[in-house]
Write a protein that binds this ligand. Structure first.
Ligand SMILES: [Zn+2]
Length: 257
């Protein structure tokens, strides 16, 4: 009987998380932008790195991979079609990543928009979604269109409500401030602000979130709600109602917020 998987948040830079999956003495990491926090963890816990997963090519997600490989070669999974020099296993939507030492496998989902070929890993009730979906927010559409990014978020919202959502950054409190501007009367949002503020006051992560929680509070996936549409129209100074246009308005607004 395999041991249950633990997920440990290792902090990198100011607000990145290197999500670290552990079963027994085997460890896999998601998006190691820096090697040192991972090397410190491996040494302190006397555990062994068996795999690296990358969601997209940005340096704050892959910058630590080369140094981790110096300590021992392990498979590096990441999106086909993005410039990640350290990749050994290029993956894309529909592929499966099986981490046998951890007794878990993940389905790869294509979620372009933040970057051209950004992927997510979904399995064992967990979602690792990099910089596409954030708690109460979403990433910027750097290499894709807002429409693509919106379609990617919709794909993630189709996952089961109880799915645990592990995002690439701790951006929750600033995202909540924007969300409250868009939807000041959302009671679930006000409650979320109070509970997440308590976690941050104790220097604890606000993650993982859940798909249900995002559906209740994240304005970027609530673009069909009348209150969200009304706020987007007020910002734009004109009337739009289709979800992708409302989403694009929110994304632009947040960039300026
Ligand atoms: Zn990024």
């Amino acid at each position: 009987m395999p041991e249950k998987i633990q997920v440990i948040p290792l902090r990198a830079f100011n607000d990145n998380y290197v999500w670290t999956l552990r079963s027994g003495s085997s460890v896999a990491v998601v998006d190691p932008g820096q090697a040192q926090p991972v090397l410190d963890y491996l040494a302190a816990e006397n555990v062994r790195l068996v795999a690296i997963l990358a969601t997209h090519h940005h340096q704050d997600h892959v910058g630590g991979i080369a140094e981790l490989l110096e300590a021992g070669k392990v498979p590096v999974y990441g999106p086909r079609g993005e410039p990640i020099a350290t990749l050994t296993q290029a993956v894309g939507g529909g592929d499966t990543v099986s981490l046998e030492q951890l007794g878990v496998s993940f389905e790869v989902l294509d979620i372009p928009g933040h970057t051209r070929a950004h992927v997510a890993y979904y399995g064992a009730n967990m979602l690792f979604c990099g910089d596409t979906l954030f708690a109460c927010g979403c990433g910027k559409a750097f290499e894709g269109t807002p429409q693509q990014l919106y379609a990617s978020l919709e794909k993630l919202m189709a996952l089961p409500d109880e799915t645990l959502v592990y995002c690439g950054h701790e951006y929750t409190m600033s995202n909540i401030r924007f969300a409250k501007t868009v939807e000041p009367d959302n009671v679930a949002l006000v409650e979320r602000e109070a509970s997440d503020a308590r976690l941050r006051a104790e220097n604890r992560p606000t993650l993982p979130s859940t798909i249900a929680r995002e559906k209740a509070t994240n304005p970027f996936v609530r673009v069909s709600r009348p209150a969200v549409v009304a706020s987007a129209n007020k910002y734009l100074g004109k009337r739009v109602s289709d979800p992708a246009s409302v989403f694009a308005a929110l994304r632009k607004w947040k960039n300026e917020f």
